[in-house]
Design a protein around this ligand. Structure first.
Ligand code: SF4
Length: 361
């Protein structure tokens, strides 16, 4: 079987037919760039990128969950620019330059606040964001102590609310951020991704961006990581991204517990050990995050992908947990989860010796 040409693969992911946009986006070069990139798309002016009538908060929209992600974009201006302290994966969460995603992972927390549709929203005021970040980095001064985020650099998460590798197919926002951090001593941009976008290999990151490829066992990924690059493709990309000047870490997340999860994770770790070369291994680190889920998202998912919920919604293994942001989530029962976290840490030490676990929870 021959593989489909790359442009077919990317148009399956994004085939933009409609762009909802705030009235003034054409005043911004980035707004004009996106509109020109999709000249045939219908343009619908809206007052605000949030709460778009007929798109957000419309229960009927769940039937078109994936199609909306493929065919719809939103353009707006990011109003409040703020780098939030984080301390887990990054020192700070950078102000977003997008939210939403064209991929469709069943456990994705991004739509939890938006309701029934979650296409990509691009923020067009990228120059304000990069200017803000420059000033923010300068204000920090040098990092005085190493921490789990990075021994030397202040780390800024760039993709909390979406996937930067797909965003890079829509606009140059991500490229501008990669260029920025290539030029900012003492700071590093970072994003997790499940999409291999080889266009990024032609950029010049100069070590200023950390790409965290998200991995989980392939059998589970086929059920849950919908519209993403296959796990083997992500592993195969690690060496190339390191050679192109990125720092590359692994994001083992979410760990979904089921009756055979340990055997499948060991197999995945062996795939990584076999597929990643010495240069990448020398700089490799990982983070481990066990699944949390959410009743509202579970209800939405039942409307478009009920099979995934058989793995994600396990009241026999889970208990309620209020998140930092006050959301009523479920997570694996604390005592069991502690044991499972340790089991996975041990497996990582056995199969990927030298791969530092930056954090696991
Ligand atoms: S790739 Fe990330 S942002 Fe996109 S749907 Fe999956 S979890 Fe959500």
């Amino acid at each position: 079987m021959t593989s489909a040409p790359a442009h077919d693969a990317s148009s399956r992911l994004l085939d933009v037919r409609r762009i909802f946009h705030e009235p003034d986006v054409e005043q911004w070069p980035r707004g004009r760039q996106v509109l020109e990139r999709f000249p045939d798309a219908e343009r619908v002016e809206v007052d605000s990128h949030q709460a778009i009538p007929g798109l957000h908060g419309n229960p009927g929209g769940v039937r078109d969950w994936v199609r909306t992600k493929q065919t719809t974009l939103v353009l707006g201006v990011k109003k409040s620019l703020q780098a939030r302290p984080n301390g887990r994966s990054a020192d700070f969460i950078a102000p977003s330059t997008s939210n939403g995603c064209a991929m469709a992972c069943g456990y994705c927390y991004v739509p939890r606040r938006k309701g029934y549709a979650n296409p990509i929203t691009v923020f067009v005021n990228i120059d304000q964001v990069t200017g803000y970040l420059r000033r923010h980095v300068k204000r920090q001064g040098p990092k005085s102590e190493p921490n789990q985020c990075d021994p030397v650099d202040w780390v800024y998460d760039l993709g909390e609310n979406g996937d930067c590798s797909v965003d890079a197919r829509v606009s140059d926002n991500v490229r501008d951020l990669v260029d920025l951090f290539g030029d900012l001593p003492g700071a590093k941009g970072s994003f997790a991704t499940k999409h291999v976008n080889r266009d990024l290999l032609d950029w010049d990151p100069r070590g200023g961006t950390r790409v965290r490829f998200s991995l989980m066992p392939d059998r589970v990924a086929r059920l849950l990581d919908l519209r993403t690059s296959r796990v083997a493709e992500r592993i195969a990309a690690v060496d190339d991204f390191v050679a192109a000047g990125y720092e590359v870490h692994l994001n083992f997340s979410p760990v979904v517990v089921h009756e055979h999860w340990q055997a499948e994770w060991r197999e995945l770790l062996r795939q990584v050990a076999d597929g990643v070369g010495p240069a990448a291994r020398a700089q490799l680190a990982c983070e481990v995050i066990f699944l949390t889920h959410h009743e509202g998202l579970h209800e939405v998912n039942l409307g478009w992908h009920p099979r995934g919920e058989e793995l994600l919604w396990r009241p026999d293994l889970q208990e309620p947990k209020i998140s930092h942001s006050g959301q009523a989530n479920v997570r694996y029962r604390a005592a069991w989860k502690r044991r499972w976290v340790e089991q996975l840490r041990t497996m990582i030490a056995e199969e990927l010796p030298g791969c530092r676990v930056r954090y696991a929870f």
